[in-house]
Write a protein that binds this ligand. Structure first.
Ligand code: TNX
Length: 780
């Protein structure tokens, strides 16, 4: 009772926006209310855990293991009365909201109470509070659980009083195990990570074109055939022409026994698993095993490439019986309320060709193939309802009419989610713009290959899952939010870690906290300390936030370039140099503009003054030299608005574009002409012109159709130079065309390049105008 009074007092006195010492309380997601108190509880091998009732055993044991494996402290269970050095876990949850908890840390004791889930979250908060300790490896201490390491035996938990509860009921993380298979232990590790951030839903994407991953007893070929592919595409689709493949047979699946084990494990972490069985599209693995489920009568193989495929399930009665059998086994395994039925990206080509489908459209009075998919989905939704389950599907299930009772996962933006909520259907927000952890998190050249897109940490954090266009009543249909991890370009579990850490921490805060309680700078401060814990847990996290951002400052000055450095880290010290690559000799960067003349290689890094060490990678950028760098440039025609981030100056800013894609480094023209006038400022002798283009046939990007160079001394009379390159492009994405016999006197150089008006037959986008992408025009 004493505590209760104190808690009430605390909530009044702290308010919700209170900031406190982030390094001392590095808890993510930010607790609803945290009152910092002076002093600390010492946690050591003598500390005991007292449990009120046996029902908490699994939850507490998970915490005990976390503390043991990360800090080497082997906490004991105790019984009876202790006067100090104990953690008391009580099931008295009166007055505590669902999934909420109260935690009170003082010098002598820790008291935690809540319902089962809340109590588990309270333990995760305690574990994260331990993260404010720097792990010190002391030669004289006993060796404890981590082999090979000697660890001092006592750590502290800073005193505080916390009242916590989540904003959303659906706090989801998704993992695609079809594109790349991750074995049972990796899935369990993934569950540990998401539990650390108080997520409560694991969306397990079990089937797709590239592999079927769940044992179905009645249809063994789903896994004996459908779980394996003979080879896999290397690099991006279209990056190599012809495409390159590895020669590795790869795959795997989970037996029902393993699935039961994982479900049980998830349950102990208060995570509900939502299994996804994709239909009617993304079904090639299923069709490879049972080709009779397709419309064409052809045979199929498990896909070795990514994308969207025309061969989909045919909505015959045999298919429905087959799906019913599968869903029977799936529903018997998974205790959760929702089963995900996919529904995304289902091309209608086969249904259009099929007389059976056309007949079905007629007899059911359907308008078209979209309504046929909706008809298909409605039958599956009912099938699941008969098994006591609710269906959830990607937002395409809205097309052609939404099935009664189905929930929607909004991924193509928020529109689908908004429409569904307005129609009083439950919604999980997961728009690609903020929730796709397969996108790049940094623009660094050293990022591992990713699907494309750019989703930095700050953007994840900025997301609010409740669209402002919904009224209060409609908002109630937004169950919550989820981040998705599609694994086309994520072949290893270590890379899964890299893609989710630390973005998952930002998403956790989006899912748990109210926007009024959120502040990105304060999140970053807590994250800085929290990352020590992540390192101690041996997790491979992305260092992108420690990267230097190199910004172009203003348009042109006829003689030099101006750039600046910034960092995501509040108050970070940046050191830089244009003369040396040895970090010790870098000088402090004091902010403001750096003036460059071209030809330099600029390097910079973040320096942690308090630990006297650099953090994150050293940024390196070569600045082109030459007559055009930093000079005045104008374009005859603007690039496409989609690919004009840096404007005309992009072509003379000293930076040659690269992949992975950085928008500010490239200009894109669709079926159009690049006409660039460059003023060299005075009449100069020109010897060579180098122009860098991008080539990516899979994305409709081609080399120029024709190229012309003109020189002028007065800006009025231009003479075409007879200096066209003789070499033709190879298959590389980046093509620097060197025009070495372009010699003469000029003040003005005019570069004219036309895009291919028609993509040749047999290529993606055949018949359409091609894109022309240009990065830099160097005049030497
Ligand atoms: C679209 S998101 C897909 C997935 C891909 C993903 C890649 C969704 C419902 N479908 O099949 O893996 O893009 O970002």
């Amino acid at each position: 009772m004493k505590h209760l009074v104190l808690f009430v007092f605390l909530i009044i006195s702290t308010g919700l926006f209170a900031q406190y010492d982030a390094a001392r309380y590095p808890v993510i997601p930010k607790p609803y209310s945290l009152l910092p108190l002076s002093g600390q509880f010492s946690i050591n091998a003598e500390t005991v855990i007292l449990i009120d009732s046996k029902i908490y055993k699994k939850e507490v044991e998970h915490f005990r293991q976390e503390v043991l494996s990360t800090y080497g402290i082997n906490l004991k269970y105790g019984k009876g009365k202790y006067s100090s050095n104990f953690i008391y876990v009580s099931d008295d949850s009166s007055g505590i909201p669902n999934e909420g908890y109260n935690l009170f840390v003082t010098r002598n004791e820790i008291n935690l109470n809540g319902g089962r889930a809340g109590m588990f979250y309270g333990l995760q908060t305690l574990f994260q509070l331990l993260g404010h300790n720097e792990i010190v490896y002391d030669k004289d201490s006993n060796i404890v659980s981590i082999p090979g390491l000697r660890i001092i035996k006592s750590y502290s938990i800073p005193n505080c009083s916390i009242i916590d509860q989540p904003r959303f009921a659906w706090r989801g993380m998704h993992l695609d195990v079809s594109r790349h298979f991750f074995p049972k232990d990796s899935v369990k590790a993934f569950l540990n990570y998401i539990a650390l951030y108080k997520f409560n839903t694991f969306h397990w994407h079990l089937t797709d074109d590239q592999g079927w991953r769940i044992e179905i007893k009645k249809y063994p070929k789903l896994t004996s055939i459908g779980a394996w592919r003979n080879r896999t595409l290397i690099g991006h689709e279209g990056a190599n022409n012809p495409p390159l493949f590895d020669t590795v047979r790869t795959g795997g699946f989970y037996s029902q026994e393993e699935i039961r084990e994982i479900i049980k494990y998830a349950d102990s972490l208060h995570i509900t698993i939502v299994p996804e069985i994709e239909m009617p599209g993304h079904a090639l693995a299923m069709l490879a095993a049972y080709p009779e489920l397709g419309c064409s009568g052809n045979s199929f193989s498990v896909s070795k490439t990514w994308g969207v495929f025309d061969d989909v399930l045919c909505p015959t009665e045999a298919t429905f019986l087959f799906l019913d059998d599968i869903l029977k086994e799936v529903c018997a395994l998974f205790p959760g309320k929702y089963i995900h039925i996919g529904g995304d990206e289902c091309p209608k080509a086969r249904w259009k060709e099929s007389s059976y489908c056309q007949e079905l459209i007629k007899t059911n009075n359907l308008k078209d193939e979209n309504e046929l998919q909706s008809w298909f989905t409605k039958r599956i939704v009912v099938m699941l309802q008969l098994k006591g389950k609710n269906a959830i599907g990607w937002d395409e299930i809205l097309d052609g009419g939404l099935a009664e009772g189905a929930a929607v996962m909004s991924w193509r933006g928020e529109e689908g989610g908004i429409a569904a909520a307005k129609a009083k259907h439950f919604v999980v927000m997961s728009p690609g713009s903020h929730c796709y952890f397969d996108h790049y998190q940094s623009q660094s050249a050293t990022e591992p290959l990713a699907i494309g897109g750019y989703l930095p940490l700050s953007k994840v954090y900025s997301y609010n899952p409740i669209p402002s266009t919904l009224n209060a009543d409609e908002q109630k249909y937004i169950l919550g939010v989820q981040a998705n991890v599609w694994t086309e370009y994520i072949p290893t579990f270590s890379q899964v870690q890299y893609m989710i850490f630390p973005r998952m921490a930002a998403m956790a805060e989006v899912a748990w906290d109210n926007p009024v309680n959120m502040n990105y700078d304060f999140f970053l401060k807590r994250l800085m300390t929290h990352l020590n814990l992540i390192s101690s847990m041996k997790i491979n996290y992305a260092k992108s936030i420690f990267e230097i951002k190199f910004n172009r400052e203003f348009e042109y000055d006829y003689s030099f370039l101006q750039y600046s450095f910034t960092s995501e880290i509040p108050g970070a010290s940046i050191y830089c140099s244009t003369t040396t690559d040895s970090v010790e000799n870098f000088l402090p960067y004091s902010g403001g503009e750096l003036t460059l003349r071209g030809g330099e290689t600029i390097r910079a890094v973040i320096y942690d003054e308090s630990h006297s060490k650099t953090i994150g990678p050293v940024f390196t950028q070569k600045i082109n030299s030459g007559l055009a760098v930093g000079k005045f440039i104008s374009l005859k025609k603007d690039p496409s608005t989609y690919y004009n981030e840096g404007g005309a100056f992009t072509l003379v800013d000293g930076i040659t574009g690269r992949t992975p894609w950085v928008g500010s480094q490239w200009l894109g023209f669709s079926g159009d002409t690049l006409g660039a006038f460059i003023d060299l400022d005075s009449i100069r002798t020109v010897n060579e012109i180098d122009i860098t283009f991008l080539q990516d046939h899979g994305n409709w990007i081609y080399m120029y159709d024709s190229l012309h160079i003109y020189f002028s001394e007065d800006g009025t009379d231009y003479t075409e130079q007879n200096c066209l390159p003789t070499t033709t492009a190879d298959s590389k994405q980046i093509q620097t065309v060197t025009i070495s016999n372009c010699k003469g006197k000029a003040r003005y150089v005019y570069v004219l390049a036309t895009a291919l008006t028609k993509i040749p037959e047999g290529n993606p986008g055949a018949g359409n105008p091609a894109w022309l992408f240009v990065s830099e025009v160097e005049v030497k």
